[in-house]
Design a protein around this ligand. Sequence first.
Ligand code: SF4
Length: 377
Amino acid sequence: MRPAPKGWCPTAEQPMASGDGLIVRLRPRYGRLTREAVFSILELSERFGNTMIDVTNRANLQLRGVSEKNDTEILSALYDLALIDPEQEAQPGRNLILAPNWDHGSLGEKLAGEFYDRLAELPPLPSKFGFSIDTEGQRSLQNISADIRLEILDAKTVLIYADGTTAGRTVSRENAVSAMHKLAEWFVQTGGRQAGRMARHLLEQPLPKDWQEVPRSVRHNAPLPPGQNDLGFVVGIPFGQSSASALRDLMNDSAATAIRLTPWRSLLLEGAKAVQTKGFILSPQQHLGQANACSGAPACQAASVETRKVAQILSAKTTKSLHVSGCAKGCAFPKTAEITVRGRDGRYDLILNGAPWDVPHTSALTQNQLIKEIERL
Ligand code: SF4
């Protein structure tokens, strides 16, 4: 049976229950954490959680497996270490994704700084509502979840547009953040909170023409690939999840001075060179495609099967979207995939075009039988 739908995004103050415990989400400013902050988070994950940490597709960090009795303690530890932003926590919907290749003094950094300084001026927004700032030359965030988007146009102007439209309004750099506020106010004043997200709202409520004057370009939109770049080294996190100990090895091996969270299940390790740490994706060739997998056995007590290794094997055998779930709860991807594999009593159920709680196409397969089934599809 399908789990109850979640109507909000987890935060630190409002963690969400998942199959393996509470999820505590951290949303660092600029998507950046210093080396010291990373080590503090790893310690907290080992002390209060199940040691598993997610990098989400909104460039946030999640501590998993926190028990309810530890909820208050971890929260006060996070506040003591200044790992929670009280202004972001004060109201929902203040989510910003900044293109992670920003440099110190760059336009993206400046606009994000102004955005954070003026958080309190934003109207009350739904918790899943978000903003993106994509002004570092080459665009990268067009396929990332956001409701109000800023993109670079030329040396003097940026384009602001509502998600779900093909055109936007040009504004000067100086007025860009004010324009984000104006569009957010239009959303709220026209009843957008009921819809929850901009694109959904626009199905019922036409956007005024003066917000759609200039067509947006869909060319040159690519994520930061794994490997070396001018700012450091990008490593992919397989399935968007890692153990605290693996991340500690990565920080020690790379000597990174800080990390930036990206929305592509990867980390930019600032100042790092030629990283070799095992268990991470170090080059574009190692990409795992569309595969999702939860932590599975033995990390999660609800699982009776391994998930990650199986997903790695299966992803090499199919180009279809793939989700391997340790049980019917589907924590890693509570949605429909072309191929969903669900663990049950030490065997695997195969579900086609469905979610982990749906009726399987084939049941109780061994790992070898499962691989043969996928090869046949
Ligand atoms: S086995 Fe996977 S899907 Fe099930 S509760 Fe654990 S993490 Fe969630």
